[in-house]
Design a protein around this ligand. Structure first.
Ligand code: F0G
Length: 458
């Protein structure tokens, strides 16, 4: 028989209580947090969809690995477990452990970057862009144009625009290109996947021009699953085989293992080139740690090695992607404008379309973020003009291209009934659209203002 209900392919051995609250209590909590859910305490939140990063539930096997962790400063067996797991997946010879993704980014981009260098990506994640720009180099995003239309259906909306890639190489000169970075899945572009065909072409173009090709692979297992589902030639391959093939096209990879390695902390840099590996190892030792731990505890490395295997369990991946899709498609059916098709780790909502009466200068995304918290205790993040907005010389807001809200789903943490609860909350939100109002910023820092800004309801 064909079952309609998505069941979690795991049983729960250890639980973490959720502190329930009433709408009246949440009103007070949000007021104290200056209408910025980043400033809430986690026990004031019922469903935490702020990020899928470092929020995974580890398996019993990973927890057993935590006990086995070897905390030796040099040459620990846990390091060897991690190194072997990363090598066998990436096929790359040199593996550098780091405490999280941005540490690996700082190392590789400070080495490859610098003034006059250009980096090209489908979409640079914000820490990637920050590390590149901090080195003095420039970061250019060239995702396919289809990605800019939230309602347009395309199987691989994370693909890079190959025409633009060729054009940029001709314009800048291959020597000035620090690296081409393919983000799989494309987080800032809606968690949309990249096709193998696109990756293969990028690899070919980079090879022909002697340009380094890197994967930002934090969600590589989710991307591989989408390739299996949507790219005909791969339907009989396993997701792991597909991931291995993706890595085979690249010269190196950066991973925030807090996503698809199912750990709460961890990351790595993997490269094929010995000279790059040596230079980066020097930087690693200066600020992160010795080459056999790089800022990680032995137990974290042990858990990472196990997580990197578990993530490719076909039952897990099917449940993971189906569950995210279920949430997104049910919201779509309710009439909530979502970014289509639904991505891997998150559902993105087009707040500009949901609240056409709230001008972008009054942050419709922040309005939805606050509504979700007040009505359901659901914490999400605005990815729009609060996050990316700038001011012109006259102090007028230069808005972001889109006003999105991200519902990022932690791995193996919430059940189907939590998902149903979120959908119910949206039914209430829709009823209150006409009386929902925008916000103004009353206090903001100079950089990364979404984290700490204060807001006032208009
Ligand atoms: N690259 C991508 C595509 C990411 O999504 C992230 C983190 C990083 C790099 C940086 O990794 O956090 O371990 O230093 N994304 C998180 C998020 C923060 O919420 O999407 P990190």
């Amino acid at each position: 028989m064909h079952h309609k209900t998505i069941i979690e392919p795991f049983k729960i051995k250890s639980v973490e209580p959720i502190q329930m609250s009433t709408e009246a209590q949440r009103e007070k909590f949000l007021e104290k947090a200056h209408n910025n859910p980043f400033l809430l305490d986690s026990d004031q939140v019922i469903i935490d969809f702020l990020t899928d990063s470092g929020t995974s539930a580890m398996s019993a096997n990973q927890w057993a690995g935590i006990m086995r962790g070897d905390e030796s400063y040099a040459g620990s067996s846990s390091w060897h477990a991690m190194e072997n797991a990363v090598k066998s997946l990436t096929g790359m010879e040199f593996i550098l452990p780091t405490h999280q993704g941005r540490a690996a980014e700082r190392i590789i981009y400070s080495y490859l970057g610098g003034k006059g260098k250009t980096f090209i990506s489908n979409t640079h994640f914000d820490t990637t862009r920050a590390n590149i720009e901090f080195s003095g180099a420039e970061a250019i995003d060239i995702v396919i144009p289809e990605a800019h239309d939230p309602a347009l259906i395309h199987p691989f909306k994370g693909n890079m625009d190959l025409g633009k890639l060729v054009q940029l190489i001709a314009e800048k000169g291959a020597k000035a290109i620090g690296a081409v970075i393919l983000t799989v899945t494309n987080n800032s572009g809606g968690g949309q996947p990249v096709s193998m065909e696109n990756a293969r072409e990028i690899s070919r173009i980079c090879k022909a021009n002697g340009i380094l090709f890197l994967l930002d692979c934090c969600r590589v297992a989710e991307n591989a699953y989408f390739i299996k589902m949507r790219e005909a030639a791969y339907k009989n391959k396993t997701s792991r085989e597909i991931a291995v093939e993706l890595f085979s096209l690249a010269d190196g990879a950066v991973m925030s293992s807090k996503k698809d390695a199912l750990v709460n902390m961890g990351g790595f840099l993997a490269v094929r080139d010995k000279a790059i590996a040596e230079a980066c190892s020097n930087l690693l030792i200066i600020t992160e740690g010795f080459t056999t731990y790089g800022g990680l505890s032995g137990r974290d490395m042990e858990a990472l090695a196990i997580g990197l295997e578990e993530i490719f369990d076909p039952n897990y991946l099917e449940y993971r992607i189906k569950s995210t899709t279920y949430l997104g498609e049910h919201l779509h059916k309710l009439g909530v404008p979502v970014v289509l098709p639904i991505g891997g780790h998150a559902v993105y909502i087009d707040a500009k379309k949901l609240y056409p009466h709230i001008p972008v200068t009054e942050y419709p995304g922040q309005a939805l973020v606050c509504e979700l918290y007040l009505k359901g205790g659901i914490r999400t993040v605005e990815i729009g003009s609060v996050m990316f907005g700038k001011y012109d010389d006259a102090g007028q807001l230069i808005p972001a291209a889109m006003e999105l809200v991200r519902l990022a789903i932690p791995r193996r943490v919430y059940t189907q009934s939590h998902i149903e609860y979120v959908i119910e909350t949206f039914s209430e939100i829709l009823k209150d659209i006409p009386k929902t109002r925008g916000y103004k910023i009353t206090r903001e820092p100079k950089f990364l203002r979404h984290f700490t800004s204060h807001f006032e309801k208009l």
